[in-house]
Ligand binder design. Structure first.
Ligand code: XMP
Length: 514
């Protein structure tokens, strides 16, 4: 792999994993090394084809600011500096940096002066994402200015002879037009990397690393059946096999047949040889939820009960050395934990049990994005039905049944939801909608079926289009599909005589109803 990999030196920037992702998208392996472990010996030992310096919140000229051994510039290896990394490069090579008269944040028009280097794909005036208070006021010897803005005389600079490139803006974010092409040009044209890296190489590397770390010890995974924890299960099954125990708690609030589907893949009859513990705790949850109608109280009750069940199972297993979880990169961002995440609340179960005795957490997906996790799941042989599963909240159907949860209502919503999903799939719409489900309202209305009066529940259908789930619009599902779903639900699901389609965007609504 040597000579075809990129070393990313992390100075504490916000978008570092995005840089790694952009490099992976080129089919090239990359690793992120924190600046304080990136001494010159470690850098040389990595034997990179190119080095990228990330952004960071500090001022490179201040004492104690994150830095790098200047010998890095004598290795004959191309370097790309981004934001703080660009300023650090300028500073170490004899240019001048300082506080900019005007800071630039967000969308900025950058005037491209020279497209002979990594900016060849740029528009003459290229929209870039800026986030800086310091700037390069004078380039080091040997550099030419390749881009500027009204406020920033050196928005990009290059010393093509020595292979040093610097951009003040962030090419790794989507908001920078052609940004990924700039990174691609550095990685492929300048560093000359082979595009030989694939997701299966990631799996192999992770499996090796996990094996080495875990040795003969035991690993515990709380398996929810969602994409992330399922992919971790498949990865760990390959890495440590029987040393892994997966605890799958069926809280009785899963979608129709979901518990059986998860058990079929990870249980004794599935392709993975691992200890799979399925805990059927539905009644226990229904008992605890009886009489509770307030959404937050429901969520808390479900979360707490989950932990209790999980704790009991963990105790039965005995001492656990490692606890694995399916944390992915957006979870880390959303929790505001950055690279220093050590022990975080499990985003699906609402917090780790206090007294499960484990030495360390294993989070093999922490540098991946959702679509990459899906790709990895496919590489590991997980069925498409699991891999392409849409997000499902930890509290499950508990927050899709308005008001009190009962076993009967769970059955109604499971059946209605299964019909909805089936019809959406039949209409070829499944891949076009970000998330969709049926919920049970706590409203009963009068209807007529046959010649009889009915007084039954109303089901609400929800479907949203979103990329980040922070904002969303209702999906524009063709009317004939909605009508088919309505007809089937009222005909096939007992105690439902009315179906609504929820048109609300987020905000003001949320994706889930509770
Ligand atoms: P909301 O309802 O907040 O949902 O607009 C945004 C996304 O988050 C999911 N969601 C959850 N996921 N535990 C989870 O793991 C939860 O408690 C939870 N609540 C909401 C929701 O399904 C949607 O994808």
């Amino acid at each position: 792999m040597s000579k075809d990999r990129i070393l990313i030196i992390d100075f504490g920037g916000q978008y570092n994993q995005l840089i790694a992702r952009r490099v992976r998208e080129c089919g090239v392996y990359s690793e992120i090394m924190n600046y304080d472990s990136a001494d010159i010996k470690s850098i040389k030992a990595f034997d990179p084809a190119g080095i990228i310096f990330t952004g960071g919140p500090q001022s490179a000229y201040l004492e104690g600011a994150p830095g790098v051994d200047p010998e890095v510039f004598e290795m004959g290896v191309p370097v790309l500096g981004i934001c703080y990394g660009a300023q650090l490069m300028a500073y170490l090579l004899g240019g001048s940096i300082g506080t900019a008269p005007t800071s630039e944040y967000g969308r900025t028009e950058v005037c491209i002066d020279d497209k002979g280097g990594i900016l060849r794909a740029a528009d003459d005036s290229n929209v870039c994402w800026m986030s800086h208070t310091d700037y390069i006021s004078e380039t080091p010897e040997g550099f030419i200015v390749t881009a500027h803005t009204d406020e920033c005389p050196v928005a990009a600079m290059e010393d093509r002879k020595r292979g040093f490139y610097a951009v003040q803006f962030h090419p790794e974010v989507n908001h920078t037009d052609h940004g990924s092409e700039f990174i691609r040009s550095f990685v492929l044209d300048v560093c000359g990397c082979d595009q030989s890296w694939k997701m299966d190489s990631f799996a192999e590397t992770q499996i090796e690393e996990i094996r080495e770390k875990v040795g003969d010890d035991k690993v515990l995974l709380a398996l929810s059946g969602g994409v992330d924890s399922s992919v971790v299960a498949a990865l760990l099954a390959r890495a440590v096999g029987k040393q892994l125990t997966c605890v799958f708690v069926d809280h009785g609030l899963l979608r129709k047949d979901e518990a059986d589907e998860v058990s079929a893949v990870f249980g004794p009859d599935g392709p993975f040889e691992l200890d799979f513990v399925r805990v059927d705790a539905a009644q226990r949850f229904y008992d605890r939820l009886a009489g509770i109608t307030e959404p937050e109280a429901k969520r808390k009750t479900i979360g707490e009960e989950f932990i209790r069940v999980f704790e009991e199972e963990a105790h039965r297993i005995g001492t656990v050395d490692y606890f694995a979880q399916g944390t992915i990169y957006p979870d880390i961002i959303e929790s505001g934990l950055g690279k220093s995440a050590v022990i975080k609340s499990h985003h699906n179960v609402g917090g780790l049990p206090d007294h499960v005795d484990f030495r360390e957490i294993i989070e093999p997906l922490r540098m991946l994005f959702k679509d990459e996790v899906r790709q990895l799941g496919r590489e590991l042989g997980l069925p498409e039905s699991l891999v392409s599963r849409q997000p499902f909240p930890g509290p499950g159907l508990g927050i899709r049944i308005i008001g009190e949860v009962t076993a009967d209502k769970v059955k109604i919503v499971q059946d209605a939801d299964a019909i909805y999903r089936e019809e959406i799939a039949k209409a070829g719409l499944a891949g076009t909608i970000s998330q969709y489900y049926a919920a049970l309202t706590n409203m009963q209305t009068v209807g007529v079926m046959g010649d009889f009066r009915t007084y039954d529940y109303a089901v609400a259908l929800r479907a949203v289009i979103t990329s980040d789930f922070m904002t969303a619009t209702a999906a524009d599902i063709p009317y004939d599909v909605l009508q088919r779903v309505m007809t089937r639900i009222v005909n096939e699901v007992d105690h439902v005589n009315r179906v609504f389609y929820d048109l609300t965007s987020k905000p003001p609504g949320t994706v889930e109803l509770e």
